[in-house]
Design a protein around this ligand. Sequence first.
Ligand SMILES: [Cu+2]
Length: 70
Amino acid sequence: MTIKNEFLVTGMSCAHCEASVRGEVSKLAGVQSLEVSAKTGLLVIESAAPLSDDDVLAAVDEAGYEAARV
Ligand SMILES: [Cu+2]
């Protein structure tokens, strides 16, 4: 079973920003795939088990951006 986790990230402006977020979030346990768009700010993570919002927010923070659960 795949769970979709959606977040809105603020502060991203280019492909480099997307890569930073992707790099940190992909380190989280259970992440199967993810899509991140600097244009829309959307971060969609597919995982096998529910992800902790705090873990995702911390990973995005580590990349230098802010996220909120959609
Ligand atoms: Cu950038």
